[in-house]
Design a protein. Structure first.
Lengths: 211, 211
DNA sequence: CCCTACTTGTGAAAACCGTCACAATCTAGA
DNA sequence: TCTAGATTGTGACGGTTTTCACAAGTAGGG
């Protein structure tokens, strides 16, 4: 059980295992690595290896206690507590995310919305006002925002990411199609849909050429 | 130069190189693997290795011809021609994507929109009508749809994916948080934002525990 | 034409990640 | 208590991806 250098692919699979376990809901049951693997797109050995990075919480001959493993995975992924999130950019992407119930139900709580469009500032989304970006750093620091969802145009993204770091955020979910330049102490996850589409075109083009 | 088994990470980087090259715009110039690496988050050796999978199109001592490499990358990624896309699910995600100009400007052309909500069917988005899903398979086959963007609730996603395959699509960009079960001849790319957020929580939690 | 400075393309080495196989461990039941 | 049946945890192995290092090639200047 070493806690160094967990592969990104392992983290993705852990999310997936957690999702499967939440689907069970039956308290008190157990689940084997084989069953867990069948629901993900992976193998029993992979499941065990993934979990072994963090300790050993199965029982040989039996499997894993569903509710226990679920709680451990929540701890490992850090979703055993709520996270305070700010939404930066109240545009189309921002709206879709804001209204997406899965975030809140998993503990990601939007505590502030920001936009620089005077038309939008002052509007309400749900029970949250849209803030101007004038006092951005102070506001997110006061609200103890930990995560930022960055949904502004590419031209503003670097600047707002810098200010978010200035305001104390620890992680950024970035929708702008640029590479953010920020200190390594802050984690960034990029969502780049054009890249995803290009991965599709590539795969299809390859398979056509292959035959 | 082998065209077998290109790593997914290489494909992502190719997209990124193409984006960087498009940023140059200066015709006739050259660029070195070192410069390309600096704009991506990678190394010069990685750039050269990535490109070497597909041939050798640099000049030693000089670097790569910008416009030439750009065209080659477009060919490799399959974006040297338009792609016909259907949007399935005219909800919040669907709307954000439909209005996102970057898709069309890169050759992904939305040719049909589908929804099963009677309120929405018959509405127009831009100059496209929202179709019912009754004649879904026939319609996408007639329109020669190649890619589907699947933005329906998780409960409908498997069914609509199956029907899309039935209608002849070759690739699916899936926003629903489930694992689609479809034949391997059809490529799927999943976009799972909860997983992205959990990757953030994990990284932050780890770094806090580490010190 | 030759020398210098530079950069590619690519085998080889290293690092990383997934798979395999099995000893260790557990439960149940006789 | 002992045996049979099941499943974990993990070291060893193998494949894949990245990094390294350098021979080969190019342009330009003298
Ligand atoms: N729409 C999509 O489907 C989609 C898909 C992938 C990526 N993206 C990316 O996501 C980002 C947002 O896209 P969108 O479609 O929501 O755009 P949008 O124009 O609908 O929304 C952007 C919002 O950000 C606000 N804004 C601009 N500068 C700002 C600043 N400095 N501070 C605060 N707010 C600011 C604007 O007023 C606007 O409300 C873009 O970078 C885009 O490239 C969008
Ligand atoms: N909103 C987000 O930010 C977000 C983020 C990540 C993932 N997702 C996922 O994307 C999907 C869509 O989310 P959304 O927020 O746009 O939901 P939404 O409810 O706004 O839109 C879904 C649309 O699909 C339509 N629909 C339902 N069943 C259908 C069917 N069988 N055929 C055709 N259309 C059908 C509905 O009428 C609705 O218009 C969901 O699976 C959701 O989990 C959403």
């Amino acid at each position: 059980m070493v806690r160094n250098k967990i592969p990104a692919s392992t983290v993705r699979r852990l999310s997936h295992y957690l999702r499967s376990l939440e689907g069970f809901a039956e308290e008190g049951g157990t689940v084997s690595s084989e069953e867990l693997a069948a629901r993900g797109q992976t193998t029993a050995a992979q499941v065990r290896k993934d979990l072994s990075h963090f300790g050993s919480f199965g029982k040989r001959g039996l499997g894993y206690q569903v509710d226990e493993l679920r709680d451990r995975l929540r701890q490992i992924l850090g979703v055993d507590r709520p996270w305070r999130v700010a939404l930066i950019g109240a545009g189309r992407v921002g709206l879709a995310l804001f209204e997406y119930p899965a975030f809140r139900s998993r503990g990601y709580e939007c505590v502030a919305i920001f936009d620089n469009d005077p038309e939008k500032v002052g509007q309400q989304w749900g029970d949250l006002p849209i803030h101007s970006v004038d006092d951005f750093e102070e506001t997110i620091r006061r609200l103890q925002v930990e995560l930022a969802i960055l949904a502004v145009p590419a031209a503003s993204a670097q600047e707002m990411a810098r200010r978010a770091v200035e305001g104390g955020v620890r992680g950024i979910l970035n929708f702008a199609p640029i590479r953010l330049n920020i200190p390594p102490s802050v984690t960034v996850e990029d969502v780049n849909l054009v890249m995803e589409l290009e991965a599709l075109s590539f795969a299809i083009t390859q398979s056509e050429r292959g035959e």
